[in-house]
Design a protein around this ligand. Structure first.
Ligand code: AMP
Length: 118
């Protein structure tokens, strides 16, 4: 079982930001920047090519909500959405990265960022 399936099952802890019946969003434990978030479907899909399209739309809707939350709480200057497939994809469970960008950044620990977002 992949690590995100284990997080979804509650077997591994995560810095959870959002959950509904279809998806889970949590902070990346090795963030590129403060507030780096991953959105994953609860049902296992490996990548962009096998994921259900309706679910993909739902993930994008949730991504907008989380991007707004991150803007409100962390006041980033920009934000990138990215998603790796095949080569370069470390975890073989579909995940959308939301990566805030800052003109100047005081890099915080994941726990410190989480406390700001709660
Ligand atoms: P990718 O290269 O697109 O597959 O990215 C996988 C991401 O998952 C990386 O940014 C990792 O830091 C992140 N990651 C791996 N394990 C965990 C975990 N247990 N909790 C949160 N993020 C994780």
């Amino acid at each position: 079982m992949d690590i995100f399936c284990k997080i979804i099952k509650g077997e591994i802890p995560s810095y959870k930001l959002y959950e509904d019946e279809k998806v889970l969003a949590f902070l990346d434990v090795n963030p590129n920047h403060n507030g780096h978030t991953l959105i994953v479907p609860k049902e296992h899909y490996e990548n962009f090519f096998d994921i259900d399209e309706e679910l993909l739309h739902h993930i994008l809707k949730v991504a907008k909500e989380i991007a707004n939350l991150l803007k409100e709480k962390l006041n980033y200057d920009g934000i990138s959405l990215c998603q790796n497939n095949y080569y370069g994809q470390e975890v073989k469970h579909f995940h959308l990265h939301l990566i805030p960008k800052y003109k100047e950044e005081n890099k915080l620990s994941v726990e410190e960022v989480y406390n700001k977002l709660k």
